[in-house]
Design a protein around this ligand. Sequence first.
Ligand SMILES: Nc1ncnc2c1ncn2[C@@H]1O[C@H](COP(=O)(O)OP(=O)(O)OP(=O)(O)O)[C@@H](O)[C@H]1O
Length: 290
Amino acid sequence: MALEITNLSKQYNAQKTALSNYSITINKGILGLLGPNGAGKSTLMKLIATISKPTQGSLFLDGTDIVQHPDAIRRVLGYLPQDFGVYPNLNAYEFLEYIAAMKGVGGPGLRKRIDVLLEGVNLTADAKRPIGTYSGGMKQRIGIAQALLNDPKVLIFDEPTVGLDPEERMRFRQLIADLAQDCIIILSSHIVSDIETIADEVAIMQGGKLITKGYQQDIIKQADGQIFEIFLENNNLTEFKNRYKVIDTARQNDRIKTRYISNDAHAAPSSAPVKATLEDAYLFLTQNNA
Ligand SMILES: Nc1ncnc2c1ncn2[C@@H]1O[C@H](COP(=O)(O)OP(=O)(O)OP(=O)(O)O)[C@@H](O)[C@H]1O
């Protein structure tokens, strides 16, 4: 199963091009879309979900043009939009039955499927309560469950971990890891650590463009030799920040351990090179392309 995206552009109006000449091939497994606010992540996901039409370019799923034939993906699609709305008066069962009807999913197995999904997102105990009484994280979890109702082969999750506590994040990871053997799963976040623990491959985007895509270790390699650490006195940090892109600081006794981006030729004296992480690589690559 493969999704082939070629020269995709989306222009919302004369001033706003949200996606520009974007090409990517997405295979089975979990692809994490990383990018700052406004990078075009949601726009890309909406185009794949055929909720929105591209201004230019093509999207093919296993050789079928899904701009011309959106049903080819809709049949096998599970989608959690960023602004997922729920019906406050319905309980979880009623809501999932309603979504199942809209997706044309039914039959004798439906009740069982809903039970399994509610268990999967840890909502069994609250299934009879109106969704309007749920917390933000619980609403997000019912959103995840509805995306899985039709046994999808292409799953799109826009910021799925928003509002989830660490335990629920772990549960989400396990839930989709099992599905990834057999599905294309695309999820977005601007929280690098979420993508780091969930995704096999990562696509970094910025300003509507794809900066890089690959396995995590290959993306991290791109920042090798560019990340340094230095111990600074308290009052030197502000000036240091004017000269270098600081990634992180941590107070250690009376000094500040400062992680920053540079290269060997320009690193500050008394710095030590350190091994890059995905977060470092993300900041390095988006800074270079800003
Ligand atoms: N319907 C629209 N009309 C006009 N501009 C839009 C529309 N939707 C999105 N945009 C703009 O397109 C750009 C890309 O937006 P998009 O929501 O795809 O980014 P994103 O990477 O998902 O951002 P975030 O992380 O904040 O959700 C932004 O500048 C946004 O303001």
